[in-house]
Design a protein around this ligand. Sequence first.
Ligand SMILES: [Zn+2]
Ligand SMILES: [Zn+2]
Length: 213
Amino acid sequence: MLEIQGWVLGPVATNTYLAGDLETKQAVIIDPAWDGARLAGEIRAGGWQLAAVWLTHAHFDHFGGLADLLNELDSELPEDFYVGMHPKDTPLWKVRGGAVMFGVQVKKAPRPNHDFQEGEILRLGGYDFVVHHAPGHSAGHVIFHCPEEKVLFSGDVIFNQGIGRTDLLGGSYQTLMDSIQKWVLPLPDETVIYSGHGPVTTVGDERENNPFL
Ligand SMILES: [Zn+2]
Ligand SMILES: [Zn+2]
């Protein structure tokens, strides 16, 4: 079974998710927003082995907990552990994800060591997630889709009744709308969307009720 847990963390209420295979006990953290030490505690308490950290994009509120998470779990991480991000968000990473602009302090974490690519398959225990490059909110934004489980981690591309803002570095409204058209709306209605902010929703709900679409 694919287990998904979520926490709302940090100064702008960002969703951090753990996705794990209950059989193999391997898990990934998607967007360690804040409180890295607490997340490490949750991982230990659940008996998970952290296989990777997947970043949807390089805004500070999606990796603010990364430094503490890695420090805390350092000796328990497997050999092939990685932190993944799309290379087009490297300029954003280099300015600490805009933290300074928002007047927020973010601890410096080691630079992600895996470059996500469009169409890449990420294996998590017995599950496959497909990476889609979905720019518009940021230039290197990616989303993670598990077709078998009908689950989508959408980051700040689409929210319950909302879409990501496009006025920050690398943002573009038209590009964001194109990404949503291309990668989100064609999915089956019952696909569950776990987004970067706000409650869980589904593709069908957003197709019907999202005022931006
Ligand atoms: Zn963002
Ligand atoms: Zn965000």
